[in-house]
Unconditional design. Structure first.
Length: 159
């Protein structure tokens, strides 16, 4: 069989994809009070297999509709306090137009906040470590007064 450039490229891609590693783990976080909490170190400690990936991606997905995850500053805790204050101004409780109020006044705002902040983050893996910026950390954004424990799905893949 004669290999042209396209065929060689495809064969090389297939060969490299066979080397790709995939790791996935579901973890349960302890309950956190309402607010924004750094969980970077906890998450990293739960999936040491990242160290086996030279180039890849790491995804954190939260399996809830009233909490979220995001990446932002990890140094000054007042940033997290300001996030909580600001998002509560953006999405206040006890609005007369809320219909979904079965679980209390913080429930519907928590769903809106979770949709605004997002259910997942993706971080590059470089040389076996998360390639975050100097001041970046992963936040659990707990939008309920008593949200309970939260489940995260951690997925790492790459070569």
């Amino acid at each position: 069989m004669e290999c042209n450039i396209t065929t060689k490229f495809i064969l090389n891609c297939l060969k490299n994809s066979l080397k790709m590693k995939f790791f996935q783990k579901e973890i349960k976080l302890p309950p956190y009070p309402r607010g924004f909490h750094l969980i970077t170190d906890m998450v990293i400690s739960e999936i040491p297999e990242i160290s086996h990936i030279d180039i890849g991606q790491f995804q954190i997905f939260i399996k809830h509709t009233s909490a979220s995850v995001t990446i932002n500053e990890n140094a000054d805790p007042t940033v997290r306090q300001d996030f909580e204050s600001h998002i509560n101004e953006m999405v206040p409780e006890n609005q007369p137009y809320y219909i979904h109020t079965y679980e209390g006044p913080d429930d519907m705002p928590a769903h809106i906040k979770a949709s605004l902040m997002g259910t997942s983050v993706q971080i590059p893996i470089t040389n076996g470590t998360l390639n975050l910026g100097t001041w970046q950390g992963v936040y659990l954004c707990e939008h309920r007064n008593y949200g309970g424990s939260r489940k995260l799905v951690l997925t790492a893949f790459g070569n």
